[in-house]
Design a protein around this ligand. Structure first.
Ligand code: PLP
Length: 399
């Protein structure tokens, strides 16, 4: 009997490598003990939330007896929470963002789904640089859209704007970028983004169709060297920024994020009203009430960046000592090094023999590389050093 829709069955088998890694990790931890397995496969932010979270939670509790304390609300969120996010975005974007242009969502993941549901027609294309966050493909196909990955520049993972321009068609509805990037840790600079914006403007003039720029920014605050994460609202009017507090405040399970529409966008209110509608009819209804209230008191807080910065620096040492090549991640929580042998799955298998878990690049649409998440204890990074060296020696001796 047919239990599942075909496209969900396909999605499950396509992403089975993630499940396999996860299951292999559990089995190894059971067999060898958690301290003897170096699991760099999961991007689960593990820095503690800032101390202010506790106070904010107390305040939410203080008011919890009031009528409608956690009742239904406008689908876009509490006005004071929208205003808090709008204030913070106005500073980031160096652009006045009114609360009316912010919709609170169930994480950045919810925001992307809400946006795609509101804008994609079946067959519409969404371009994104590869490697890319695996879920994008599913988010686009949820609404009949087609993700069209375009490789970034090899090894440095800068935007290849010429390749993106070539991939544009009259069906392209959006370009989805993510900076700081998962899985590469790269941050696009102003020149790359200006070049992208001018290609997009030209395409809109040529086709007469709207072409959205979606900037997925859940890692915005995870910027270790203080480089500029350029504001986009002043650059291109058809910009939508999505973000969340999953990494900034280590509140991934609280599921709180947002979508913000550029105030310069013609018809901005129509798009906002459309996303408020889709937030409702996708069954999210509104972003979680407790998380919204919590956030309002925490908008200027963030986790201690040093925790991740020190781990990034240690991981860089471990990889360099093992002779593994990589471009230093400027932000996010990941390294995306080059595999020492062309088939990265061979190297991933060699790492597994050393109880080290990483994810093959083909899972991110970019074979020949692999991803390591450094949101793990410092001891795991340090203690994995000898295993990385042995794995490199093992695969190179087979060449
Ligand atoms: N976008 C990227 C690039 C991510 O890596 C993630 C989560 O890991 C998300 C979106 C979803 O994050 P959220 O928890 O805000 O839904």
């Amino acid at each position: 009997m047919k239990v599942l829709a075909d496209n969900i069955k396909n999605a499950m088998s396509e992403s089975s490598f993630i499940r396999r890694m996860f299951e292999a990790g559990l089995e190894m931890k059971h067999k060898f003990g958690a301290d003897n397995v170096y699991d760099f496969s999961l991007g689960n932010p593990d820095a503690p939330p800032p101390p202010a979270v506790k106070n904010s939670l107390y305040q939410v509790a203080e008011n919890s007896g009031k009528q409608f304390a956690f009742g239904y609300m406008p689908n876009a969120g509490y006005p004071e929470s929208r205003a808090a996010v709008a204030g913070s975005l106005s500073r980031e974007q160096q652009f006045e963002v009114p609360p009316s242009h912010v919709v609170l969502t169930v994480g950045a993941a919810g925001a992307i789904n809400v946006f795609f549901r509101a804008t994609l027609e079946p067959g519409d294309e969404v371009i994104c640089p590869a490697p890319y966050f695996v879920e994008y493909k599913f988010y686009a196909s949820n609404y009949g859209g087609v993700l069209k990955p375009v490789p970034a520049k090899d090894f440095t993972f800068e935007l290849d704007v010429t390749a993106i321009e070539k991939a544009l068609t009259p069906r392209t509805k959006a370009i989805l970028i993510n900076s700081p990037n998962n899985p590469t840790g790269q941050i696009y600079n102003r020149a790359e983004l200006e070049a992208l914006a001018s290609v997009m403007r030209r395409h809109m003039e040529k086709t007469g169709n709207v072409l959205y720029l979606i900037s997925d920014e859940p890692y915005r605050a995870l910027n270790f060297d203080g480089v500029e994460v350029p504001p986009l609202f002043g650059l291109y009017p058809y910009t939508v920024i999505v973000g969340s507090y999953s990494k900034t405040l280590s509140l991934a399970g609280a599921r709180i994020g947002y979508l913000a529409v550029c105030p310069n966008m013609p018809d901005a209110m129509e798009l906002i009203n459309g996303t408020v509608m889709t937030n409702r009819i996708l069954g999210f209804v509104n972003a979680p009430a407790i998380a919204q209230k919590l956030l309002t008191g925490l908008i200027n807080e963030q986790i201690d960046l040093n925790i991740y910065r020190e781990r990034r620096d240690e991981m860089a040492k471990v990889l360099t000592d093992a002779g593994i090549e990589f471009t230093m991640p400027k932000g996010a929580l990941y390294f995306f090094p080059k595999s020492p042998v062309p088939d990265e799955t061979v190297f991933i298998d060699a790492l597994m023999k050393e109880h080290i878990l990483g994810v093959p690049g083909k899972g991110f649409g970019y074979p020949g590389y692999f991803r390591l998440a450094f949101c793990v204890p410092m001891s795991s990074i340090k203690n994995s050093a000898a295993g990385f060296k042995r794995a490199v020696r093992a695969v190179k001796s087979q060449l």
